[in-house]
Design a protein around this ligand. Structure first.
Ligand code: FCB
Length: 447
């Protein structure tokens, strides 16, 4: 178990594919998201991640912004296809060097690097061999984890195996909202199980290779409510809850799949698999934005018979239309603490808005984001009073970025990025977050 952080960890999160760009530079191989970006209609605004924030070239400017913000930790991901262009085999020296520079610069700024191995950018070469539907993918992931552990483990102690297991498997293999865009029940079940195996294998590799490592995995958890509180939507909500909230943390931490899923996945589970998946980890990473609503989907083409429903018409929402329910965040934190009995780091929480833009004076007034963050921080404090062992909070995100299927429209950053000129402009929320961190540090010194 990791030593309790002396101070609450305040951080920001990003991910490689969403900010780096430079997808064909310095030997990087293609990822499944590069291909998706080329298929008409798959990205809402017709954009792609080829340039994104051009962080690959502007990383120094971006880290300087993180430093100015005053965070003590930076959560980022490394791109598997930058390290291993074919997904396995010979590593790409220039890719390895890039993250060396990024890590060294963070350490020089007294920012602790929190390294996530997988934030959705599977090398296309592995997808061509079946990707997550192929059981061998767990081994390919373990080899990639070993490469990263050996190279960076002398300086990085915080490792994360995966970001949001259920989002990329459900949207990538059952619903076609994410790469690789498959809609098939059996492919989805295989992907769930193989990703769980990959997590377990990754934990073992990290534990063996990185002295004093602290390992976590990041789960999205959002309470799932039946749309309109209707009886006909209750079974859909229960099934979606298993897929969304339980399919990964339950086997990884409790050693079993939730009941409905356990039955469906059985054909793919071999003797000893649950012991391979359920490996000791040090903390629970939570990504949370708001509750979700489920409805029955009678379309025979629907993979699971559930679909995304609407929030009650009078619910408060933020710019991207997601429901704002801070009390669901509080309840989620308390429930995670009860169910999994691990320290919790909030690894993503934030607010998307489409119309953040600099005014004539160059100021980005994002009062809506400050309102959201204030409410969610209050809810977090309340959960801590109620016993949830929350040890840190990483805001999503440092920069406006490429938001997957929605493209460059939804802006989640504390820093505005003009995607034409790539100019960075800190928003009002940047100063707000900097102040919150400063005040908290001052108070904890007095405690
Ligand atoms: C999460 C993802 C992250 C970002 C935010 C808005 O689901 O982990 O990459 O897209 O949503």
């Amino acid at each position: 178990m990791s030593a309790k952080d002396k101070n609450f960890v305040w951080g920001v999160s990003t991910s490689a594919y969403q900010i780096e760009g430079a997808v064909a530079q310095d030997g990087r191989g293609p990822s499944i998201w590069d291909l998706r970006g080329k298929i008409p209609g798959k990205i809402g605004d017709g954009s792609n991640g080829e340039v994104a924030c051009d962080h690959y070239h502007r990383w120094q400017e971006d880290l300087a912004l993180a430093k100015k913000l005053g965070v003590s930790a930076y959560r980022f991901s490394i791109a598997w296809p930058r390290l291993l262009p074919e997904g396995r085999g010979a590593p790409n020296q220039k890719g390895l060097d890039f993250y060396d520079r990024l890590i060294d610069a963070q350490l020089a700024m007294a920012i602790e690097p929190w390294l996530c191995l997988y934030h959705w950018d599977l090398p296309q070469a592995l997808h061509d061999r079946g990707g997550w539907t192929n059981r061998d993918c767990a081994g390919w992931f373990a080899d990639f984890a070993a490469l990263a552990a050996k190279r960076y483990g002398d300086r990085v102690k915080r490792f994360i195996t995966f970001n949001e297991f259920s989002v990329f498997t459900l949207f990538g293999y059952a619903i076609d909202w994410a790469a690789p865009g498959i809609t098939d029940r059996q492919a989805h079940l295989k992907a769930i199980h193989h990703v769980n195996l990959a997590h377990g294998a990754g934990v073992d590799v990290l534990r063996a290779l990185v002295p004093k490592v602290s390992i976590g995995a990041i789960h999205n958890r959002q309470i799932v409510l039946p749309e309109g509180d209707k009886e006909e939507n209750r079974e859909a909500a229960a099934l979606l809850d298993e897929h969304w909230n339980l399919a990964f943390p339950d086997p990884q931490i409790l050693g079993h799949y939730p009941p409905r899923l356990a039955q469906a996945i059985e054909p793919y589970v071999q003797a000893g698999d649950l012991a391979r998946i359920c490996r000791p980890i040090d903390w629970f990473g939570l990504n949370h934005y708001g509750p979700i609503f489920a409805r029955r989907d009678p379309d025979p083409k629907s993979t699971w018979g559930f679909g995304w429903g609407d929030a009650p018409p009078d619910s408060p929402t933020h710019g991207v239309g997601w429901a704002v329910f801070p009390d669901a965040f509080r309840a989620e934190l308390v429930e995670i603490a009860r169910r999994y009995k691990l320290p919790i780091y909030i690894t993503e929480n934030g607010c998307g808005g489409g119309d953040d833009a600099p005014d004539r004076q160059g100021r980005v007034k994002d009062a809506h984001r400050i309102r959201y963050l204030t409410l969610y921080n209050k809810a977090m404090r309340q959960a801590m009073k109620e016993g949830a062992d929350v040890r840190g909070y990483f805001l999503w995100s440092l920069l406006d970025a490429f938001e997957w299927g929605s493209g460059l429209g939804p802006r989640f950053g504390l820093v505005h990025v003009d995607f034409k000129t790539l100019k960075r402009t800190p928003k009002d929320s940047f100063a707000w977050y900097a102040k919150l961190i400063q005040n908290d540090r001052r108070q904890s010194k007095r405690r």
